[in-house]
Write a protein that binds this ligand. Structure first.
Ligand code: FAD
Length: 337
């Protein structure tokens, strides 16, 4: 168990930002994790998964604990469902592919989302009509100060659009160590609600898609739209799609009748932030080594040597301009550190 001092996090964040951890350790077991927490009880700690949802704007003046717990197993099954437990350090996409190979359904629309399993409940990850809350049963989490393990049932996680209790009330208090998911063994709920998926399946003349067909379609769409962080640093969608009350939205829509929106309830609409950013003239714009991706206006990229502060400045410029033009606030999805 080695604590590294003044350790570069460049390889540990998908933006590829050069920032240093005052101290760094990768933990591979729960006893080791508890031991470290006890030994460093009075120091600040920072929990790191795969670093694919964070923007490091400065060095981290804390003990950075990289959660490297591995293993997955089937803990229960009946005729229709299977309950799978995964340790927090498992790579999410590898878990998705493993599940599909066993013919377990529920993850396929979330193929190729970077990061590790432990972070999936933190922002209730989602893509193409599916969110982690749809398959999530519970997770175990270790309290950072009293070292007790608590099981969080789905109802306690307060899942919302890219939200959970772990991002809000109990932020930085718990380390998620494992997650249990409930997946289908048959009668899979194939979700082709997104037009992009339908188009991709049609290209291959697939009428009755299997889990792997959906996964392959999602992978193809994502590869065509999103920059690969290994090639161009980024953290996926930098902003959330704003949700507005219809009463707020209507006067804006009168001014901008071409505005895209989706009705999400009787009283609310969701506006695609990418569309707002594109209309504000930012798509493909570059500011030094920071910029907005040419194909996807929601994604801020690092062309090489941008600092976290430069990326943050671009994001603020985008937020300000969108607000000035449309009167709509867009909020960061990425954790700004
Ligand atoms: C190209 C690209 C595409 C993306 N597409 C999507 C998408 O379609 N949908 C989507 O929802 N997200 C997407 N993301 C964002 C990201 O992949 C997810 O949010 C992912 O779940 C983050 O996992 P991570 O392990 O990298 O978390 P990290 O970035 O390491 O951490 C994120 C936050 O969670 C906390 N955390 C991490 N692990 C734990 C733990 N074990 N216990 C407690 N807290 C923890 C961290 O402290 C931090 O606050 C994308 C990112 C990229 C780079």
């Amino acid at each position: 168990m080695e604590i590294l001092q003044n350790y570069s996090l460049k390889k540990y964040n998908t933006f590829g930002i050069e920032a240093y951890a005052k101290q760094f350790i990768a933990v591979q077991s729960i006893p080791e994790l508890i031991n470290i927490l006890k030994l460093h009880a009075f120091e600040k700690k920072f929990i790191l998964g795969g670093g694919s949802n964070m923007l490091l704007t400065k060095d981290i003046d804390a003990l950075v604990i990289h959660i490297d717990l591995h293993g997955k197993k089937i803990i229960k099954q009946d005729n229709n469902f299977v309950w799978v437990e995964s340790q927090a350090g498992e790579n999410w996409h590898e878990l998705v592919l493993w599940a599909i190979a066993q013919n377990f359904g529920g993850f396929e629309n979330m193929s190729l989302i970077p990061g590790n399993v432990g972070a999936t409940p933190v922002q209730n990850i989602g893509a193409y009509g599916t969110e982690i809350k749809d398959t999530f049963v519970s997770c175990e989490a270790l309290h950072i100060d009293n070292y007790k393990i608590k099981t969080f049932l789905k109802e306690e996680c307060q899942f919302g659009y890219r939200e959970s209790v772990f991002k809000n009330e109990i932020k930085d208090k718990y380390i998620i160590t494992s997650v249990i998911f409930k997946l289908t063994r048959k009668n899979h709920k194939i979700n082709v609600s997104y037009g992009d998926i339908q188009a991709e399946l049609a290209k291959k003349n697939i009428d009755i898609p299997s889990l792997i067909d959906i996964s392959n379609a999602v992978i193809a769409i994502r590869k065509s739209k999103l920059p690969d962080p290994k090639v161009l640093g980024n953290s996926g969608s930098f902003f959330k799609n704003p949700i507005l009350l219809k009463s707020e939205f209507e006067p804006i829509f009168k001014k901008f009748p071409e505005m895209k929106f989706y009705e999400i309830s009787e009283t609310q609409v969701k506006v695609p932030a990418g569309w707002l950013i594109e209309q504000a003239g930012f798509k493909g714009k570059r500011f030094g080594d920071a910029g907005i991706h040419k194909n996807q206006a929601l994604v801020i990229v690092n062309y090489g040597n941008a600092t976290g502060q430069e990326i943050l400045n671009v994001s603020k410029d985008v937020q300000r301009t969108v607000f000035e033009k449309f009167g709509i606030s867009i909020e960061a999805e990425v954790n700004v550190i």
